[in-house]
Design a binder for this molecule. Structure first.
Ligand SMILES: [Mg+2]
Length: 360
């Protein structure tokens, strides 16, 4: 059979951050990247997830056996075989992070087997996607925060996002200083669920004085009624967003049905490229814009192929890792990313020699 999957390899890498990073509910000083290669007919497809080494174990011990011998052209068949195999482990979390890495490797492989960039295999609706610069960690000093956000604006990225919520009483001052550094650029904030409902409503009023136009996860993402409350009561110029923890289509459907967000977010390192495209179709049916979360090198091609997409997150930590560890990563021009259509698949390859230093 043409395109038979003959080999699945997985490696995990831990890459230290350049500075300690924190948001409203989490702190970290390293990021774990799980990389999968699926091979068919002498061609290797690359996929990855920002996950935990446990996801690599799951790929090796369980998922590889579910896709070996199948056709790389039949990704849905591989998807359902993998999803079925993790029923007793829970179909979210680590299991879906692992499935997502394999799913992406299969999309890359299929596109390479037919000699097309992934965007053209999927069918493009646009040639480039606007990005927003994302970082502004709560562990940063005011000077670091201003320098990072202003740096993106100087590069032509006219939307920037900062973290809030670690010390709520300090947030208005940090936001004021960020606004002072970026002039008239769009200012997004992400609380990562750190506020309660009334606190978030009060903060939205304060943030409005600094023209904050995007308030992400004002309350914990499970609280769909809370998100809906903030969405209904926040200033009309401030959009509410969430969705980055969506592992499967039902999660996105519930968020859309609850009218919880103005813009849905989805992360293909958690729901696979397959799940990301499903989320994009769902968004179209609900008249919701979609924004990709993190991992810009992975999202670029699917974002060019999904009409619901508004923009992509250009996340500091992942931008740095993807430039360090992958060949073929494109950089924004005038605030937009465009796929390199001279390269098949996702257009990126692992720099094995560099990656080896971080293997765990
Ligand atoms: Mg977020």
């Amino acid at each position: 059979m043409k395109g038979t999957i003959e080999d699945v390899q997985v490696r995990a890498y831990r890459i230290p951050t350049d500075d300690p990073e924190a948001d409203g509910t989490y702190r970290w000083d390293s990021t774990t990247l799980v990389v999968v290669h699926c091979r068919a007919g002498g061609t290797a497809g690359l996929g990855y997830s920002y996950a935990d080494a446990a996801a690599a174990t799951l790929v090796k011990d369980k998922l590889a056996g579910k896709v070996l011998g199948r056709s790389a052209f039949n990704i849905p068949g591989c998807w359902f075989a993998m999803a079925g195999s993790v029923r007793n482990l829970g179909e979210q979390g680590i299991a879906m992070l692992a499935i997502s890495a394999v799913d992406t490797a299969l999309w890359d492989l299929k596109a390479k087997l037919v000699g097309l960039p992934l965007v053209d295999l999927l069918g493009g609706v646009r040639d480039r996607v606007p990005v927003y610069g994302s970082g502004g960690f709560t562990s940063y000093t005011i000077e670091q925060l201003q320098h990072q956000l202003a740096g993106w604006v100087e590069e032509g990225i006219i939307r920037v996002k900062m973290k809030i919520g670690t010390q709520p009483d300090k947030d208005p001052e940090r936001i004021a200083r960020a606004r002072a550094a970026i002039g008239s650029a769009q200012l997004f904030v992400d609380a990562n669920g750190a506020y309660d409902r009334k606190q978030a409503l009060a903060m939205a009023e304060i943030f409005n004085d600094y023209q904050v136009s995007w308030f992400e996860e004002p309350v914990v993402h499970h609280d769909l009624e809370g998100l809906r409350l903030i969405r209904d009561r926040a200033p009309a110029t401030m959009e509410i967003s969430a969705g980055e923890y969506g592992f499967e289509l039902d999660y996105f459907r519930r968020m859309a049905e609850a009218e919880a967000v103005d813009v849905l977010q989805a992360d293909a390192t958690r729901c696979g490229i397959t799940g990301f495209l499903q989320a994009a179709n769902l968004c179209q049916a609900f008249h919701l814009p979609l924004s990709s979360h993190c991992a810009p090198a992975l999202h670029l091609h699917p974002c060019c192929a999904a009409s619901a997409v508004r923009h992509m997150e250009y996340f500091h930590d992942h931008v740095r890792i993807e430039r360090m560890l992958f060949d073929g990563v494109v950089v924004p021009v005038a605030g937009e990313l465009a796929p390199d259509r001279s390269r098949p698949g996702l257009g990126i390859e692992l720099k094995e020699d560099v990656a080896k230093r971080y293997e765990i």
